[in-house]
Design a protein around this ligand. Structure first.
Ligand SMILES: [Zn+2]
Length: 345
């Protein structure tokens, strides 16, 4: 799992530009599925055909938060829009990759050095509109000669690394390449199911669950599990009721978020699955939302669960996950399908 997670999290795939991620996933799963489809939102829909009496969708979003080129000024500085939820404080002093028609170009989001920052500026909150990307060039013309223009996507440039232990790793975009990694492994692992399995890699989750809406509508589903990432600790100097789960203690069965409440019947299936599989699990109430918000109210409604992979410093370039939690997420998801097949059919 580690190599796949590294490959997927280092690769670029801002909302609306997920094709690189899709290519990697197709390369991994093409020999394990009966059908691969695409829809107009760019969702990657894979099918393993079994009985039509029970149809399961396991979904994970492919997109990451990032930026889009907005304007290039006379001196060659690039202003940009954010795509997805950023804390502006996390944006300064970053290296970024601009994906232009001529290839990838590196730039930095620089901050004024402390030597020339006034006390008022030091106390002021950083705003995205005050930041620029600097390629070290001196004119708009030089920047445009690199093929850069408004609308190009921009990703954060950081490499995957192992931290204090070999199972503790850090990179950007574990939200939700961690989920994509688990779903890819699940597709490889489930052989000849007696149900039909839709492995769906969605687009544009970070900007409003847009891909999941069309993906869920386009197929008939009896049960859905969304695999995503969620805020976990321990995070220093954070109140206990702000971050209630930790990395390394198993996946979270999400009880509620801003767009979804776990129904009792599905909750029983999930907790029984965790107990039967003998894996650690946690539950929590998330402050965000996931593709489940769109999926569970599709058509007449779909019994849906969210299994979240605990992640520290989510939506930054230094997210941290425990690979053991990814393994447990995989086991829990497979077990939950087996139980749901008997209880929901
Ligand atoms: Zn996510």
């Amino acid at each position: 799992m580690k190599q796949l997670l590294k490959k997927l999290s280092e690769a670029p795939g801002v909302s609306g530009n997920e094709s690189r991620i899709k290519e990697i996933i197709i390369g991994e799963i093409k020999n394990y599925v009966d059908e691969i489809k695409d829809d107009s939102m760019g969702n990657l829909i894979t099918i393993k055909k079994g009985s039509d009496k029970f149809r399961v969708m396991i979904a994970a979003h492919m997109d990451e938060i990032g930026f889009m080129v907005k304007h290039i000024d006379d001196k060659g500085f690039i202003s940009f829009e954010t795509i997805g939820g950023f804390d502006p404080r996390s944006l300064g002093s970053q290296r970024v990759r601009i994906h232009s028609s001529k290839g990838e170009i590196l730039g930095v989001i620089g901050l004024k050095p402390p030597h020339i920052t006034t006390p008022e500026e030091k106390d002021k909150a950083l705003k995205v509109e005050d930041l620029r990307i600097d390629l070290g060039l001196n004119s708009r013309e030089e920047v445009e000669n690199l093929g850069i223009k408004a609308g190009d996507s921009i990703t954060r440039d950081i490499s995957f690394s192992e931290l204090g232990k070999e199972n503790i790793v850090s990179c950007k975009s574990f939200d939700n390449r961690a989920g994509c990694t688990v779903l890819t492994e699940l597709i490889k692992k489930i052989k000849n199911p007696d149900y039909t399995l839709y492995g769906v890699f969605t687009t544009q989750e970070e900007v409003g669950l847009r891909g999941a809406k069309t993906a869920a509508y386009g197929i008939e589903i009896d049960f859905a599990i969304i695999i995503d990432s969620t805020t976990a600790g321990p995070i220093p100097k954070t109140e206990a009721d702000k971050v209630t789960i930790s990395i390394g203690k198993g996946p979270s069965i999400d009880l509620m978020d801003r767009g979804f409440i776990l129904n009792e019947k599905v909750k029983d299936i999930l907790t029984k699955a965790a107990q039967d599989a003998g894996i650690p699990y946690q539950t929590h109430i998330s402050g965000g939302s996931t593709d489940a918000a769109a999926v569970h109210i599709t058509k007449e409604g779909i019994p849906t669960a969210v299994i979240s992979i605990p992640s520290k410093y989510i939506h930054s370039t230094v997210e941290i996950v425990d690979l053991n939690d990814l393994e447990s997420t995989l086991i829990l998801t497979i077990k939950a399908i087996e139980i749901a097949k008997n209880k929901l059919k």
